[in-house]
Write a protein that binds this ligand. Structure first.
Ligand code: MN
Length: 310
């Protein structure tokens, strides 16, 4: 994904409240953003109230979009640095191409995980399905890993466990006896929760992790709080377990991780530590001196917008 509406100022993780050491119920409204011409999505992270949950620093929920009447998703080549992009679909297909030479279609139930390291470029195009529905998350890379070589992983199948009528897919980290095959670089986890009946259950959590839950289809009841699709609920740290209820066919994503110890700057498609790094990224992309080129994409690439004011 890539932002079309570009903020003039940098999003700084130190400007928002620290991770809560205690359990909380903080409802954060999602806001609309554009990721392509006429393609409006709901962004849950970053938000002025909450920039990160563990290393998860970006959460876009797109769709369900009816592609039979629109143009679909078509994001021309653009760069990333300092982060991983994590794509997970509920419906439809997306073709990913990148500057390492990967051309990979992703379908529901699969994961595309792109690790930018110091720099990578990619394009993202929906294929002509009727519906497109999914999420893209970004994961901030720790300082010790953020300047490493770029990499790309596609996972055909993710580990699944059934509990009390809930189909749980482990997207990152560990849950119960399962371990996700996705390579991450800080202590974190992610689950897709799919209700196969009316469900009330208890999920074991790690008290050292902070967590957040975003409904993707239908609503969810998290402890005594009703959460609709317009809100992410931030839960803080300090829980050993979480009681949730979801109606049949509802879907949600639960993300968590150890509070990220490093302050990060986010702007456009970059995660950095200083403004100078962001300006360098803009210049390097526009001058074709870093990030590489995406071959086989029709034509054109996104220009980096003017560097941020502050
Ligand atoms: Mn992208």
């Amino acid at each position: 994904m890539s932002d079309l509406i570009v903020e003039k100022t940098i999003s700084d993780s130190k400007d928002c409240p620290c991770a809560s050491a205690k359990p909380v119920h903080e409802l954060i409204p999602t806001h609309k953003a554009m990721i392509g011409e006429g393609l409006t999505i709901r962004r849950a992270l970053p938000h002025a109230q909450r920039r990160m949950i563990g290393a998860w620093c970006f959460l876009d929920h797109f769709g369900p979009l009816d592609l039979s009447t629109g143009n679909g998703l078509n994001i021309a080549p653009h760069p990333h640095m300092g982060l991983q992009t994590f794509t997970w679909l509920l419906a439809g297909e997306i073709l990913h191409r990148d500057s390492l030479g990967y051309n990979q279609i992703i379908q529901p139930g699969q994961v595309n995980l792109m690790t930018s390291g110091y720099g990578i470029a990619h394009s993202e195009e929906s294929l002509p399905d009727t519906l497109l529905h999914g999420v893209q998350l970004w994961i901030a890379l720790p300082d010790s890993f953020r300047n490493e070589t770029a990499a790309f992983e596609h996972h055909e199948q993710m580990p699944v466990i059934h509990k009390d009528g809930l189909k749980i897919t482990v997207l990152a980290g560990d849950f119960l006896q399962l371990h996700a095959p996705t390579t991450v670089h800080s202590p974190m986890m992610g689950l897709d929760l799919q209700a196969e009946s009316d469900v009330t259950t208890t999920l074991p959590l790690n008290p050292e992790f902070e967590y957040g839950l975003l409904p993707l289809m239908g609503d969810a009841q998290v402890e005594d709080v009703h959460v609709d699709m317009e809100h992410l609920i931030y839960l803080g740290c300090g829980r050993k377990e979480l009681n949730i209820s979801m109606p049949n066919n509802a879907r949600a994503i639960l993300i968590g991780g150890k509070p990220f110890a490093e302050e990060i700057l986010m702007w456009w498609n970059f995660v950095a530590r200083t403004k100078e790094e962001i300006v360098q990224g803009v210049n390097d992309w526009n001058n074709h001196t870093r990030f590489g080129e995406v071959k086989d994409y029709g034509s054109g690439r996104l220009n980096a917008p003017d560097a941020p004011i502050k």
